[in-house]
Design a protein around this ligand. Sequence first.
Ligand SMILES: [Fe+2]
Ligand SMILES: [Fe+2]
Ligand SMILES: [Fe+2]
Length: 405
Amino acid sequence: MNEINLTQLVHMLSDMLDLVGVDDLHHGKRVAYMCLETGRKLGFDQAQMEDLYHAALLHDCGVSSTSTHSRILKELDWAGSHEHCVRGSKLLEDQPLFNQLAPIIMLHHTHALDLDSSFPEWIATSANLIHMCDRADALMQQVSNKPWLAVRNSIRDRLIHYRTSWFMPELLDAFLAVSRPESFWLRMQSQHLGMYMAERELADNNKLVSTEQLFHVAQLAAEVVDTKSHFTACHSLGVSRFSSHLAQLAGFESEVCWHLEIAGLLHDIGKMRVPDGILEKPASLSFPERAVMLGHSFESYQILHHIHGFEDISRWGAYHHETLNGEGYPFNLTAADLDTPSRIVAIADIFQALTQERPYRPAKEPEAVIGSIQHHVKLHQIDADLVKLVVENFDECWKAAVVQS
Ligand SMILES: [Fe+2]
Ligand SMILES: [Fe+2]
Ligand SMILES: [Fe+2]
């Protein structure tokens, strides 16, 4: 596998996490931008800036629910906000690449007055800086019908109100200094922010991740998206394990099986944008709701396909709702376009989902699962030979797909 650029991988996580904003897709990136600009003013060194950038992009990794995200931005201070700090921090603790950021994530809604000296200075400073920039962005979202340039002074005044109590004075003063020019606010518009991120990817071109680190990051992404609903707990992990197992049965070499494992973990990351009410609806979806749902695998593709080294992974993951008869989505591909690994993930997705309860139906027993996948073959949606292989090796396929949470 081509080596993966660390910054591209962090941006992938950030793209996925920011989808939970549904119509406002850059919360984490704006917070990271404001933190970096303020950190530079404060004279942080390069290593500190990198940790700060990653922590700011990932600060809300404990938020999978669209309604929680909207509450965090609509309310300036909220007793329940601690919950996502704990969750996010726990997720990062298990990450070899990011475990040093866990305490920062834990404290990113803690007021300055509550940060006693038991916390290492760098942790407390980074957490409070993220807290301040996060609240600045919440204020920006509360007036999103007006240009930020027009409301920047009222936002700065609101932050000044919490000097010392919520925010460390030296951090607030540095923020006030860097946010004086108009350019500070203009650069947060989507098109300019995208350029800012692309420049960072280029500058960090030589920072690469190992395959083990990549696997952990993909596991993190899977866990965040699967947590959106208790119905889908461990779905991506099951799709990943089933895909890799079926690829082995089909005789693929280990490199392909490994790519499929990553593709399975990441196949549904675009689901972060689907509102909670649609995922949990205990009845069939209305036409507009289905239209929203249909967008999720396209979102996965958009996030994955430009990552160097993900050329196969992005297709194999994001084509999971395409069918051989050309009636799948979102690209309406046909049998000629769908290689065997793509067909494997499509079967894995159907198989794993059938083993789980959904809001509109109970979990299916093994016999019913076999009946369903064979029905999909009859409709010329999924590959008959691969399904035959699944049926011949049913017990081990079932074991791979069904993961206890
Ligand atoms: Fe937060
Ligand atoms: Fe999907
Ligand atoms: Fe899926």
